[in-house]
Structure formats: C-alpha cells, structure tokens
Design a protein around this ligand. Structure first.
Ligand code: ADP
Ligand code: MG
Length: 245
C-alpha cells in the first residue's frame, strides 16, 4: 500500500492505548467511488481505525495517505477541509438547536458566522440535506425529540453538510428496523452513485453484504480477509470467526 493506492491508503497502522493494542499492523486502501465494508466484531478496532484515519487520535505507528498526500496525524478539522467526513457511533449534536441548525452548523467550515446569521447563509443547503436524509418533516425539532433512527440520520446529515468526497460511516444501522436499514442503505448507494466514496462499518456482516462493493474484515485489530462480498462469505476463516462455521 502506498500514496497512490486509491483515495485513502493506510499502511501498517498501529494504535496502542496503554498496554492494549487496538489496531495492529493494519494496511488497506479505499478505491474512489466504491463502498467498502469494514467488518469485524465489537472491539475489533474499527472505530479506532476511523479515529486514526480522521485525525481524532494520533496513530502509534503507520502512515495514512489521502488523495495522494500523507496526512498521518492531521487534525480532524483539517481532514474535513480536505473532503473527509465521518460519523460517530456515539455523538453529540447541539441539544438545544434544531435539526436544521445542527446541519447548518456543520457547513460553517472556518467562516465566521454567528448563530443567528447561520441560517441566513446556509438555510437552503441545510434544508436540502435534511430532506435528503429523511428529516424534512423534523427541521425544527431538537435532537432530543428525534427517534433513534432520526438521530442516526441527523449524524449522517451533519457529515454530508461538510460536502465530503470520502465519508466514513460508523455503524449506521445499529438498532434500526429492517425497512430503516433498507432506507439508509438506499441513501448510501445514491451518494456512491453521485461520486462519493464510502467506508461503512458494521459488526454484522450479513446486513452489509447487500450494500458493499468490497469488504475488509478485521479481528483483534488485524486484517483477517479482504475481497468481494462472495469471497468474504466463502472465506473459511471468516466463516469460522463470524458466521459460526
Ligand atoms: P470496534 O469499533 O471495532 O468495536 P474499537 O475500535 O472501539 O472497536 O475498540 C478497539 C479496542 O480499543 C477495544 O478493546 C476498546 O476497548 C479499545 N479502545 C478504544 N478506544 C479507546 C480509548 N480511547 N482508550 C482506551 N481504549 C480504547
Ligand atoms: Mg466501533
């Protein structure tokens, strides 16, 4: 893996927390306009990998390239400016602001805008994104008024507000019903068809296989398998680890 392997390339990534090795010598690349599934059981190191790639945590070791440039350890706001966005598994929208304002806030970048000026500048764009993620009828509700699925949609909306080229989505289906999973999957596919690149994390492989072009499977912070959905499903090691043989 090197700088020119796809939109995102990760080489020998390692992240330690004290004595715990959360990510161990992990290398992978993400190709432009694909949906890459990032699969592994709870605690495998998926979110930590996102955190290292997006600058939330500095890696202990390893190299990250984005759009051909080395970005190892670059802070999150800088990565957002370069066109990389991510959603968080546990996230904190501004509780006393509306859905619309929360999405508009994500568009601010480093512009100097007051809370009151915010909607003047970003209203139409923020509203379009809210509609896109299925919150068009909840624009003026606060996050606390949203059902669980609505919160996940808001988190997606806030990521889309930064106008990303690469979107890292952490467990977008957690706690969703079948139809809700399908609806969010359709949205992610639409984004891909418009030219966005996506990495989608899930601990449940079956739910993801319909959606993704390719998957990598990690276990204990290391790469276990990589390939098409069929190759992943047929891989004996994966079957043993995740599908119960
Ligand atoms: P996943 O997202 O695949 O469920 P994580 O990346 O969240 O897994 O966690 C991988 C391992 O790293 C786990 O053992 C977890 O407890 C540990 N870990 C994650 N974040 C931290 C942190 N900030 N401090 C200490 N340990 C952490
Ligand atoms: Mg996680």
């Amino acid at each position: 893996v090197g700088p020119d392997d796809g939109i995102l390339a990760v080489e020998s990534l390692r992240k330690e927390f004290g004595g715990l090795v959360a990510v161990d010598d992990l290398s992978f690349a993400v190709q432009e306009e694909e949906i890459l599934g990032f699969i592994g059981p709870n605690g495998a190191g998926k979110s930590t990998t996102f955190n290292c790639v997006t600058g939330t945590y500095p890696p202990t070791d390893g190299t990250v390239w984005y759009k051909g440039e080395e970005v190892t350890g670059t802070p999150p706001h800088e990565m957002v400016k370069r066109g990389m966005a991510r959603t968080f598994q546990s996230f904190a929208p501004l509780e006393d602001r509306s859905v619309l304002k929360n999405v508009a806030l994500s568009m601010m970048d480093d512009k100097l805008v007051t809370m009151d000026g915010l909607l003047g500048e970003f209203h139409d764009e923020a509203r379009a994104i809210c509609e896109r993620v299925g919150l068009g009828d909840r624009l003026y509700q606060t996050p606390a008024e949203l059902p669980h699925a609505g919160m996940l949609r808001l988190e997606l909306g806030r990521a889309l507000g930064t106008d990303p080229d690469l979107l890292l989505v952490d467990e977008p289906f957690a706690g969703l019903s079948g139809p809700e999973v399908e609806s969010v999957s359709d949205l992610l596919l639409e984004l891909r068809d418009e030219g966005m690149t996506l990495v989608v994390v899930d601990h449940n492989m079956r739910g993801l296989l319909q959606l993704i072009d390719r998957a990598i499977v990690i276990n204990f912070g290391s790469l276990l398998a990589e390939g098409s959905p069929d190759e992943i499903t047929d891989n004996p090691e994966v079957q043993e680890a995740y599908l119960g043989g």
